[in-house]
Design a protein around this ligand. Structure first.
Ligand code: DOR
Ligand code: ZN
Ligand code: ZN
Length: 425
């Protein structure tokens, strides 16, 4: 099977090559990228006026499968990913039961092959049941192909236990994906601690709740030499700490989620659970620092923390709502509209942070690029389309978003996974 993608503006973050080019896909691989390709093809995709980028690799997704299928499944999460241009998702282990063993990693990978239209990399938990007491079989999960371990949803508060986990991760050549939150400092907070929280009569979560664990985790990575990826950084001081770690040459990378670079607490108009996520929407200084950090390549990755929940769990006061919002179907448009259009990121940086850098962090050398011999995971993105985000169009089971009705520019036109069109608008 041959697919010819014609006339698109191609962005290859590996070689930094960009320009109007044709891309020829044969079976699961990219076989040619050139000015004008005349080869016969089974299918021609006209990408005129569109960007042709390596498929997005989302390091931070909650697929909720197994056990929480009322929120999302491998199938629905996969369809949402495909619609969002995301060709590989890293699935977090806070499933039911917790994904804390090799058998579950293997079983999810096997099921994903038939149930999910995009690639799934299942991340393993750090401790058994994410209870923070006993280390999971990290070596077994690494051998089963988890690529990284994470306690996402919480931090491993016992630094000694965590350090042991880091040493095992390092020995097995996998990364730590760190959720940074000192649970002893949360004190019932449900949103960022500022005047807005006071006005709404809600308890706050201060920046230090995140920052002290970011600092601790960097120091532990320095001591153990493990590759540390900091999830959903939301504060100004997180950016400063990551910058300092990089200056020291430590193997530390960091991600920012679209909601954290698009919204501040000023956007919280009422006590609505759809504005509740962990870490929370922060203040103006934080958002400016995150954007500057992305621009300066201190922050490496844009990931969604796609966290689907049911309407009952979200359409209520922030006091009672679950933490988390969906993100797979809005990531590309929010990134393009809020970062690329205003000139904060170049298109090439968008391709780096949504695909190439995540591929590098996962050690996927055949992904994250548009070049001969690479896997044909490709997104065709139409930057001209203007529309309002409509949660009722989401393919995800989760409709929990604070972006419903927000005007954006840019829409995914086609998504290819291993040379198969898994989504077309
Ligand atoms: O907002 C969040 N939701 N943050 C997390 O860390 C966990 C996630 C979830 O699983 O819903
Ligand atoms: Zn988290
Ligand atoms: Zn998460």
């Amino acid at each position: 099977m041959k697919i010819l993608i014609q006339n698109g503006y191609v962005l290859d973050p590996e070689t930094k090559r960009e320009g109007v080019l044709d891309v020829l896909v044969e079976d699961d691989k990219i076989v040619k990228v050139a000015d004008k390709i005349e080869d016969a093809a089974d299918r021609v995709i006209d990408a005129s006026g569109c960007y042709v980028m390596p498929g997005f690799i989302d390091l931070h997704v909650h697929l909720r499968d197994p056990g929480l299928e009322y929120k999302e499944t491998l199938e629905t999460g996969g369809k949402a990913a495909a619609r969002g241009g995301v060709t590989t998702v890293c699935a977090m282990p806070n499933t039911k039961p917790v994904t804390d063993n090799a058998e579950m990693i293997t079983s999810i990978h096997e099921r994903a092959k038939t149930e999910c239209p995009v690639n799934v990399i299942q991340i393993g938990a750090i401790t058994v049941g994410q209870l923070g007491e006993e280390l999971a079989d990290i070596e077994g999960m690494a051998k089963a192909g988890c690529h990284a371990i994470s306690e996402d949803g919480k931090s491993v508060m016992n630094a000694s236990l965590y350090r042991k986990a880091m040493k095992i991760a390092k020995e097995n050549n996998i990364s730590i994906f760190a959720h940074c939150e000192d649970i002893t400092m949360v004190e019932g907070g449900v949103m960022h601690a500022d005047e807005k929280a006071q006005a709404l009569g809600l308890k706050g979560i201060t920046n230090a709740v995140e920052d002290v664990i970011v600092a601790r985790d960097i120091l532990l990575a320095k001591e153990t030499g493990v590759r540390l990826h900091l999830c959903h950084c939301s504060t100004e001081d997180s950016v400063k700490l990551v910058e300092a770690a990089k200056k020291e040459g430590l193997p530390v990378t960091a991600e920012v989620c679209p909601h954290h670079f698009v919204m501040t607490t000023d956007d919280i108009t009422e006590d609505d659970g759809n504005f509740k996520m962990n870490p929370p929407l922060r203040g103006k200084c934080d958002v400016e620092a995150l954007k500057a950090g992305l621009k300066a390549d201190i922050m490496d990755v844009i990931a969604t923390d796609h966290a689907p929940h049911s309407a009952e769990e979200k359409n209520c006061s922030m006091r009672r709502a679950a933490f988390g919002i969906v993100g797979l179907e809005t990531m590309a448009a929010l990134t393009y509209t809020e970062l690329v259009e205003p000139g904060i990121l170049t298109l090439m940086q968008m391709a780096e942070k949504t695909s190439y850098n995540p591929a590098k962090i996962l050690g996927l050398d055949d992904k994250g690029a548009i070049a001969e011999g690479k896997v044909a995971d490709i997104v065709v993105f139409d930057p001209t389309k203007e529309y309002a985000i409509d949660k009722n169009t989401f393919l995800s089971k989760g409709k929990n978003t604070p972006f419903h009705g927000r005007k954006v520019k840019g829409e995914v036109a086609y998504t290819l996974v291993s040379g198969n069109v898994v989504y077309e608008r």
